[in-house]
Design a protein around this ligand. Structure first.
Ligand SMILES: Nc1ncnc2c1ncn2[C@@H]1O[C@H](COP(=O)(O)OP(=O)(O)OP(=O)(O)O)[C@@H](O)[C@H]1O
Ligand SMILES: Nc1ncnc2c1ncn2[C@@H]1O[C@H](COP(=O)(O)OP(=O)(O)OP(=O)(O)O)[C@@H](O)[C@H]1O
Ligand SMILES: [Mg+2]
Ligand SMILES: [Mg+2]
Lengths: 257, 257
């Protein structure tokens, strides 16, 4: 049974793309799972962070959402054997407005994934920083949501809005959707702010916070410019170690269900 | 002639809200301008960062966009005499989808601002992390765009997409729109990444980069949890000093035109 995980948070810059790339690459290369990573953000950071030349892609996830092509025809391979990529291009920016008038607009991605011939152990969906139609498509197609949460005040503020959206989607569109958990990112243990945020999140959402915490590590923000995930760019970095630790924790937590 | 500035970047977490609050507060309190700050992001970070209790707001900018109320009826005062706030609430999250079918949907904010009775020297608009209808409304109502750019690889990648959108809007919707400039934020001079990004931006966009660079400073991320701008929370911090320096540079640059 494929685990389909949406990496979601409408707050911008909290580490959604960094988490999607690092976890997908680690599950594939270090834990030997078959993984597909889906870039559902018109910015296309997951695509470029994995070295995809977006200008060379004739089709992208946008074309599958509007039903022009099958997903199998757009999926490309990565430098890691068991990791495939469904890239995004700038065309995706038009999808939100174009999908509004369509019938069954929330389930376009779900239908495209069920028609896919190739099978995977994990599908990781990197979402844009909003709760619009692209993110709703991701949530309706998913078995789990993973919430990266930056250890900052504004990031904490948006959490209840996100959990309300989860409850709405689970109620109306996708009763099988569950919360995988909250991953604390960009923690800086030298500051009181991080300690305060970690305490508050553990108090308000006690059963949903992963044990692994990702600290701030400049090597994580350098690796996308080389087009490779962190465990290839700098295997000894604290970023590579924490994301490997987290991928194991996530895999164990989802296999138990 | 009121200067209306959209603070825009579809990349998330680059410092749009921090820049909007810091600059609006500094222009009002330190440079004695009459300023209105508009929160156009459904997350409502500008509103909460200035101490607004969003749950107490019956109306917000959403109600003005759909023509239910006039802007003058929703504007609230802040703890700074010459700074007013146009708050956002969660209702704004529905605006993107609701506006799609409306006539003249791109100019709702512009029309609401032209009907306003009170006058300001500056109107600062904090935009959400997307290039959707809310941001397009902001650009069509503005005289200038201010682009906060985090010194990171992904942030640089999105810049050409943003400048393309600017050219489209200037061509089709608002010929008076000009680029105020690019403000480099969250710079960390200890890393090569920051040096690389600063060099690249100055090379590709030589005439558009402000001299002031905002460095990473934890006091900037602490001040929103106290509901006050940085020059009140910690006037001696490097964050307060750089944003005061920047507000002077911005004001001089716009007065020269
Ligand atoms: N643990 C970390 N330490 C240092 N830098 C990080 C870390 N995680 C992410 N970054 C950097 O912070 C920035 C924001 O992260 P990222 O782009 O992954 O967030 P996002 O939530 O996907 O943003 P968006 O909302 O725009 O999609 C990027 O430049 C990234 O390289
Ligand atoms: N110079 C700085 N030094 C340290 N922290 C900063 C700085 N500027 C902003 N921050 C913090 O970084 C985070 C992102 O900044 P901010 O929320 O202003 O970005 P944004 O572009 O408005 O995000 P969004 O895309 O979600 O609207 C916030 O938690 C903020 O407090
Ligand atoms: Mg991202
Ligand atoms: Mg913001």
């Amino acid at each position: 049974m494929t685990k389909i995980i949406s990496v979601v948070n409408q707050k911008g810059g909290v580490g959604k793309t960094t988490t999607s790339i690092s976890v997908a690459a680690s599950l594939a290369d270090q834990l030997h799972k078959r993984v597909l990573i889906v870039d559902l953000d018109p910015q296309g950071n997951t695509s470029s962070g994995l070295g995809v030349d977006k200008s060379q892609q004739e089709f992208c996830v946008y074309n599958a959402l509007i039903g022009e092509v099958e997903l199998d025809d757009i999926i490309i391979s990565s430098q890691i054997d068991s990791l495939d990529i469904l890239p995004a291009t700038i065309q995706l920016a038009g999808a939100e407005i174009e999908l509004v008038g369509e019938l069954n607009r929330e389930n376009k991605l779900k239908r495209a994934i069920t028609k896919m011939k190739k099978s995977y152990d994990y599908i990781i969906i990197d979402c844009p920083p909003s709760l619009g139609l692209l993110t709703i498509n991701a949530l309706s197609a998913s078995t789990h949501i993973l919430i990266p949460l930056q250890c900052e005040y504004f990031a904490l503020e948006g959490l209840s809005q996100l959990l309300n959206t989860f409850t709405l989607i689970k109620g109306d569109l996708n009763p099988d959707l569950n919360i995988a958990g909250i991953l604390l990112t960009m923690a800086d243990n030298r500051t009181n702010l991080t300690t305060q945020i970690v305490e508050e999140v553990n108090e308000h959402f006690p059963h949903h916070v992963f044990e692994t915490i990702i600290s701030r590590n400049v090597r994580l923000s350098e690796s996308p410019s080389h087009g490779v995930p962190i465990h290839i760019y700098d295997p000894k970095s604290s970023g590579a170690k924490s994301y490997f630790q987290f991928s194991k924790e996530l895999d164990q937590c989802l296999q138990k269900e």
